[in-house]
Design a protein around this ligand. Structure first.
Ligand SMILES: [Zn+2]
Length: 78
């Protein structure tokens, strides 16, 4: 899911309050870009899955290191 303006504003507000201007752990640059919201499916031991959790992707413009932020904790999605 591509972020609309409301989602971008919520994401930036959360990340600025929690992360500040942190450098990438892989390349030490500070150029981050908001990516799309992606989902992760919880796979059970029997092969079934029962939940789909949305995460905001945030990636480093220099090296591609990508982090995922829980959208509920970040207040981006309910
Ligand atoms: Zn990097």
């Amino acid at each position: 899911m591509v972020l609309d303006q409301t989602h971008k504003e919520k994401a930036l507000q959360f990340l600025n309050s929690k992360w500040g201007h942190r450098a990438c752990v892989m390349c030490a640059t500070t150029k981050w870009t908001l990516g799309p919201i992606v989902t992760v499916t919880n796979l059970q031991t029997n092969g079934d899955y029962n939940e789909v959790n949305p995460f905001l992707s945030v990636f480093c413009d220099n090296c591609g290191n990508t982090l995922f932020v829980d959208t509920a904790i970040a207040g981006i999605l309910p």
